[in-house]
Design a protein around this ligand. Structure first.
Ligand code: S3P
Length: 441
């Protein structure tokens, strides 16, 4: 195993770009592990994200009785439980992953098991009351044993009844948690979203032939109930993760003349609002779809060319569609001419770190004019970036990678501390940065 450095030094670069593929989609990989782990038979999975977060979800499914193995070329084989569920021994550790913990809580609620799930300090400080409420309405027992309604979480699952649930927050994780529980419930569970969020769970469940229907913002799943779950294994493919590709798109967008092509990356319309933002700011964006209508998810090649950019406003229904890209959008805003305003994004305060506070503080270290707001920030650019000697990721992978892209435009090398977290979503990030011509130590 390669050692993981805690700090990297990124040298400013005359970034010209290039062409690459990024690792598999994190959201999709979690869901594939869960669905294939429940199915009868063997599922072959291409491009599963071999990063800590998704490996932890795979391990949790193994604790329930599934088996899995990676071949040398990275393909994954999952032998599903087919209904032969084991009661996990000891607590399951989901590491840094909110998606893993929240979606698995839904799945475990439908099973006759009593299980404890825990995670790292960041995960154990994130709100879990948002999943406890619907799961208890369905009949599960959910205990939050951490401080202030946080993990560790104890789930005692069993017979669930269907519910109609209106989500109080726009969250694909909460929606998916209820849909996974709904799979096991007696009757039809309906979830209504306040605004559209990523729909990977819906797409993958439909691809398995499950009775799931979507009517605007209402999603309904007919549960198996006392009949018992009946899911068949099928082949899966995770396209490249759009949120990982976003760093290279931003690196090209902020450098006039640079050009990046990311091949075979997910183009799910609920994930790609960053492309609209980059276009509004003045970057050139081209998309070529390579998936076919038989694929559960849309994917293709994205090319971004850098130009002199101008500020833009981001808010409302666009937010869930670019929620994980806001740190890197703030970086782009710092280099664009004029005001970039991000609002309606208070959810960022309960991600892997408080991304509003951390981004505002880190941008200031580079001399950026940024004002923190309760639900976002305002940035006035362009900035003549002054490199701080050190900047901290606060253990948040998206902050670490955003800082690395900002450092490319600084006047001196920047040491980014606490970067082991990048392994949770993008193993190979620093190697890809080197491949694109940047000096990284
Ligand atoms: C995710 C949904 C989003 C996102 C997270 C992954 C998912 O969280 O920020 O990185 O896979 O469903 P919320 O739905 O809680 O906003």
């Amino acid at each position: 195993m390669k050692p993981i450095s805690q700090s990297v030094m990124v040298h400013p670069a005359d970034f010209q770009g290039g062409s690459l593929e990024v690792p598999g989609d994190k959201s999709i990989s979690h869901r594939i592990a869960m669905l294939a782990g429940l199915a009868s038979g063997v599922s072959q999975v291409r491009n599963y994200l071999q990063a800590e977060d998704c490996i932890n979800t795979l391990r949790a499914m193994e604790a329930l009785g599934a088996r899995s193995s990676f071949s040398e070329n990275g393909d994954l084989e999952i032998h599903g439980t087919g209904g032969k569920i084991l009661e996990p021994v000891g607590p399951l550790n989901l590491g840094n992953s909110g998606t893993g913990m929240r979606l698995l809580a839904g799945l475990m609620s439908g099973l006759p098991v009593s299980v404890e799930m825990t995670g790292d300090a960041s995960l154990c400080s994130r709100p879990m009351g948002r999943i406890k409420a619907p799961l208890e309405k369905m009949g599960a027992t959910i205990e939050l044993t951490g401080e202030r309604g946080c993990a560790p979480i104890r789930v005692k699952g069993g017979h669930l009844k269907a519910i109609d649930y209106v989500l109080p927050v726009a969250s694909a994780q909460v929606k998916s948690c209820v849909l996974f529980a709904g799979l096991f419930a007696e009757g039809t569970t309906t979830v209504t979203e306040p605004v559209a969020t990523r729909d990977h769970t819906e797409r993958l469940m439909k691809a398995m032939g499950l009775p799931l229907t979507v009517d605007g913002l209402k999603i309904s799943i007919q549960g198996f109930g006392s009949k018992g779950l009946n899911l068949m294994a099928r082949p899966w493919m995770a396209p490249g993760d759009f949120s990982s590709a976003a760093y290279w798109m931003a690196a090209a967008a902020i450098k006039p003349g640079a050009k990046v092509t990311i091949r075979n990356v997910g183009l799910n319309a609920r994930r790609t609002a960053l492309l609209d933002v980059l276009k509004r700011m003045g970057a050139e964006v081209k998309i070529q779809r390579t998936s076919s209508s038989a694929d559960a998810e849309v994917f293709g090649d994205i090319t971004v060319k850098g130009q002199l950019l101008k500020g833009t406003e981001i808010g409302g229904g666009e937010i869930p569609n670019l929620i994980d890209e806001i740190p890197i959008i703030a970086v782009v805003g710092a280099l664009a001419e004029g005001r970039t305003v991000i609002r309606d994004a208070a959810e960022l305060r309960v991600k892997e770190s408080d991304r509003i506070a951390v981004m505002a503080a880190n941008l200031r270290l580079f001399g950026v004019n940024v004002e923190e707001k309760p639900d976002g920030m305002e940035i006035v650019g362009p900035t003549d970036l002054k490199a701080p000697s050190n900047v901290n990721s606060f253990g948040d992978h998206r902050i670490a990678m955003s800082m690395a892209i900002l450092a490319l435009q600084a006047d001196q090398p920047v040491c980014i501390n606490n970067v082991a977290c990048v392994e949770t979503s993008y193993p190979g990030f620093w190697d890809d940065m080197k491949r694109l011509g940047v000096n990284v130590e």
